[in-house]
Write a protein that binds this ligand. Sequence first.
Ligand code: APR
Length: 240
Amino acid sequence: MKQFNAATDLLQNAKHLIALTGAGISKESNVPTFRGKDGLWKQYNAMDLATPQAFHRNPQLVWEWYTWRQELIAKCEPNPAHLTLAKWEHNGLLKTLITQNVDGLHRRAGSTQILEVHGNLWTLKCTKCTYQSRLSQPTQGIPLCPECQSNLRPDVVWFGESLPSSIMDQVFKELQTADIIVVVGTSALVQPAASFPLIVKQNGGQILEVNVETTPLTTSADIHLTGKAGEVLPQLDKLL
Ligand code: APR
């Protein structure tokens, strides 16, 4: 309870609160994480599914996998953790939400100030021209560009690819401005996102981590709350 009160104080005194989320925040919505016990990378080889080389080698296989994830996520609903962050945005507490998730559940929960640093699997881009589009339902087969007939790919960031510079400019501005960053449901293993909280700390800010277990970030966190995001965030909200 002491930690919860300390966390509540931190949030109540925040001047520019931002959040960083990972796959763990969507676990209670039945979206699989990547590195957990039944994580995607335990079942599938990331190098065969989430790299530009894999897509070049076998676009059919890669699209089968993204269509499967789209169909799975289409059946999922935002959970109380997503809804709490959306509420905090709407009541002016949370300024910006930086997410590594491509599932789109934060947007469906009502969050608007979102920076999707790894993209969104409901968006497409052409492998040749500048065509981009947003999906309303899962794809079938390999979608083709209506402008140049080349293969379309999911507009997500694959391993070995850099994050969109336009979004990263906004991210770094937020990391320099924030005095508190709440980090929810990430293993803090994948760069550059894993360093975002440390940049806030270097700028004199504080880190509040929420996770069912400790991570490499925990030693740098000012407060670590152990628990499920869908339970901890609503509990914190009640205390605010
Ligand atoms: N509540 C809070 N945390 C949870 C919950 C939960 N209900 N369930 C799991 N977690 C935690 C796990 O303990 C773990 O630390 O969420 C984290 C999920 O870690 P990963 O599966 O590694 O996901 P993430 O950190 O988002 O991965 C980063 O890696 O594969 C790439 O691009 C992909 O964005 C992803 C990036």
